[in-house]
Design a protein around this ligand. Sequence first.
Ligand code: F6R
Length: 240
Amino acid sequence: GVTVAPDAREAARLVAARIVAFMKEKPDAVLGLATGATMEPVYAELVAAYRAGNVSFASASTFNLDEYVGLASEHPAAYRSTMNRLLFDHVDIDKTRTHVPDGHASDPSAAAARYEAAIAATGPIDLQLLGIGRNGHIGFNEPGSPLDSRTRVVELHSSTLDANRAFFPDGRMPHFAITMGIATILQARRILLLATGPAKRDAVVRAHAGGFDIDCPASALSGHANVEWIVDAEAAAGLS
Ligand code: F6R
């Protein structure tokens, strides 16, 4: 289903509230996490909920969707350091149970295969959080990604590079990433997709056109039984 919130802040609050409620039900949940600007207010809400004593991550495990290839994990734009900074450093999670693909591995394809195996060993993921790219990508599954794709090395599309260029002030931006595949994502028991702002409007419409369209990876979610889209009014404006 689709839940429309009046603005981005309320949409992020709703997502955080869903996660807090879920952690109460299942303290040892396996969470699938996303990065990106859309998620920043969600993690701020989770940190606030933790500080208020409303949630604990002490028994949780996490798997992030993706990571750039070739960045040191301490690089400020690496998703490992981003997750530490936004969430992991501020809550009671055991960092040894937080997983982000190893984008700095000497053999990134082998690291991708290891990541898929780690998800299979620890999972299934109970609750997967997703954002959406303006081209309809989920994780870094760009248009053209097959429905049966698994964690692998992918090349980023020019629109994705453009959307993230600001995080690389020295201009040295990775062109490859490791991402969970579409099939990996669809194995999660429950999925929450958060989309906010007018730049996501077209992707939201295309993902809801009905059935899987390989040119809009998020349309794959139509084949999953437990997906909630939480969108703000701007991102929802094209839905009838
Ligand atoms: C990030 C990820 C991406 C983002 C998407 C939206 O881990 O998997 O699919 O969710 O690119 O990014 P923002 O929120 O920056 O618009």
